[in-house]
Design a protein around this ligand. Structure first.
Ligand SMILES: Cc1cc2nc3c(=O)[nH]c(=O)nc-3n(C[C@H](O)[C@H](O)[C@H](O)COP(=O)(O)OP(=O)(O)OC[C@H]3O[C@@H](n4cnc5c(N)ncnc54)[C@H](O)[C@@H]3O)c2cc1C
Length: 386
C-alpha cells in the first residue's frame, strides 16, 4: 500500500487536506488542478472552522500554523433589523475562544499548499473525466487529451465535478436562492461607518427570503452578499449585464427597497463589481454503488447550502480518506470504510441543512451560533463513537 498511485482531482481545501495527510503517512499522491497557479483566482471569503475542520487541521499537523492566521474575534455576529438598522441580535464569542475561529479561505488553502512536497500539485491540468480500466484501477482523462492510470482517483473537484459521473448520475439542482457578491476594501479608513456596522465578524439582516450580509476578512477587506429568491437566470429576465456594475447596483437597490440606508450603503458604496452565485445542492442522501479505484470527497460528494459546514466537511472527508488508506492493508477495503463513514455523515449533515432551510423561510431571527451548533451535533451523532 505504501507505493500505490493516488491522484486527487482538485486542489480545493478538501483535496489538499487529503494530500497533506497522505504525505504525512508517506503515501505518494499527485493533485491535478484546473487553475493555472495557486494565485490565479481570489479564493473566497472567511471560513469558520468547527470541531470537524479543526480535527482535520490537527491530523494535518498544522495547528500552530493555523492559530497564527486564525481570527477568533471574527466569530462576532451582528443581526440587524432591516428597516431600522438597529442591532437586534448579537453573538460575541467568550474572550478569544478558539471554538470556531475564522480564517480567510485563501490563507487556509495557502497553509495546506505550503505543507505539501514540492511538485505535488500539477497546475493548469483540468480533468475531463474518469473511467474504470476493468482491473480495479482508474483512468484519469485530462482536458489536453492525455490520460493516466492510478490505483485510486479521488474526485475533490467541487460542485461541478468531472469525476462524479463515473459513480453517479446525480447533478446539482438550483435551490431557488441566489447570492450576489461584492466587496469593500480598506474599510476602516475608506468606509468607517460600514466597518462599524459589520463589526469584527459577520453582520446579517433578513426579511422573508431576502438577506444582506457582510463578512470582515483580514486586511480590512469586507465581502458583501445580497441573497434573494429568484429564477436561476433572473438577471437575463431583468435585462442586466454583470459587466454593467451601475445597472446591477440599481437593480439590487430596488430588490432591497425599504431597507435602512445604513444597510443599503453596503450595495451603494461597494468597491467591487457584482458576481451572481446561484446556490445549488445535491439531493439529500446522495450515494453510489462502490466502484473500485474511484471515490469522491467534499462538495463533489455532498454539495449543501452554504450554512458554514461544507468546507469543514470537505477537510474532514479528505483526512478520513487518507487515514483509512494509511491504516488498512487493502486499498479497496480502505475506500469502502471511508465511504461508509463519509456517506453516513454527509446524509445526516444534508438532512440537517434541509431542516434548517425549512425553518428559515419564516421571518424569525436566526441564532446562527445555535443553528451551527445544532448542525454540528447532528453531524457528530451520525459518526461512530471514537
Ligand atoms: C458563498 C459561500 C460561502 C460559504 N461559506 C462557508 C463557510 O463559512 N464555512 C464552510 O465550512 N463552508 C462554506 N461554504 C461551502 C464551501 O465553500 C465548500 O463546501 C467547500 O469549498 C468545498 O470544498 P471542496 O474542496 O470539496 O471543493 P472546492 O473548494 O470547490 O474545490 C474544488 C477544487 O477543484 C478544482 N476543480 C474543479 N473542476 C476541476 C477539474 N475538472 N479538474 C481539476 N480541478 C478542478 C477547483 O478549481 C477547486 O480548486 C460556502 C460556500 C459558498 C458558496
Amino acid at each position: 500500500m505504501t507505493s500505490v498511485s493516488i491522484a486527487i482531482v482538485g486542489a480545493g481545501i478538501g483535496g489538499l487536506a487529503c494530500a497533506r495527510t497522505l504525505q504525512q503517512y508517506g503515501r505518494p499522491v499527485t493533485v491535478f488542478e484546473r487553475e493555472p497557479s495557486a494565485r490565479s483566482r481570489w479564493q473566497g471569503g472567511m471560513l469558520d472552522l468547527h470541531d470537524t475542520g479543526q480535527a482535520a487541521i490537527r491530523a494535518a499537523g498544522l495547528v500552530e500554523e493555523f492559530r497564527a492566521l486564525a481570527r477568533p474575534e471574527g466569530q462576532e455576529l451582528r443581526g440587524l433589523d432591516p428597516v431600522t438598522g438597529e442591532l437586534a441580535h448579537h453573538e460575541l464569542p467568550a474572550d478569544a475562544t478558539m471554538s470556531a475561529p475564522e480564517i480567510d479561505r485563501g490563507q487556509l488553502r495557502g497553509l495546506l499548499l505550503d505543507s505539501l512536497a514540492r511538485g505535488t500539485v500539477c497546475w493548469g491540468q483540468p480533468a475531463a473525466a474518469v473511467s474504470q480500466t476493468g482491473d480495479g484501477t482508474a483512468r484519469l482523462h485530462l482536458d489536453d487529451g492525455t490520460s493516466q492510470d492510478f490505483a485510486l482517483v479521488v474526485g475533490a473537484d467541487g460542485a461541478w465535478s468531472r469525476t462524479r459521473p463515473a459513480l453517479s448520475d446525480a447533478s446539482p439542482v438550483y435551490t431557488g436562492e441566489t447570492l450576489v457578491e461584492t466587496y469593500l476594501d480598506d474599510v476602516d479608513t475608506r468606509h468607517p461607518a460600514l466597518a462599524r456596522l459589520v463589526g469584527s465578524g459577520t453582520m446579517a439582516a433578513k426579511s422573508g427570503r431576502r438577506m444582506l450580509s457582510a463578512q470582515r476578512n483580514s486586511d480590512g477587506h469586507v465581502r458583501v452578499y445580497a441573497g434573494f429568491q429568484a429564477p436561476r437566470d433572473w438577471h437575463i429576465a431583468a435585462g442586466l449585464d454583470f459587466e454593467d456594475t451601475a445597472a446591477v447596483r440599481e437593480h439590487l437597490l430596488t430588490v432591497f427597497d425599504g431597507w435602512h440606508d445604513s444597510l443599503l450603503d453596503l450595495i451603494r458604496d461597494s468597491d467591487g463589481g457584482f458576481v451572481s452565485r446561484p446556490l445549488h445542492v445535491l439531493p439529500v442522501g446522495h450515494t453510489w454503488d462502490h466502484v473500485p479505484g474511484i471515490t469522491l470527497l467534499g462538495d463533489a460528494a455532498h454539495l449543501m447550502p452554504p450554512y458554514g459546514i461544507g468546507a469543514n466537511l470537505a477537510m474532514l472527508d479528505g483526512t478520513d480518506l487518507a487515514m483509512a488508506i494509511a491504516t488498512h492493508d487493502d486499498l479497496d477495503q480502505a475506500v469502502r470504510a471511508y465511504e461508509n463513514l463519509m456517506l453516513t455523515r454527509a446524509t445526516a449533515a444534508a438532512q440537517a441543512c434541509a431542516d434548517l432551510t425549512a425553518t428559515i423561510t419564516s421571518d424569525t431571527v436566526i441564532n446562527v451560533d445555535a443553528a451551527r451548533q445544532h448542525l454540528n451535533e447532528r453531524i457528530r451523532d451520525a459518526q461512530p463513537a471514537g
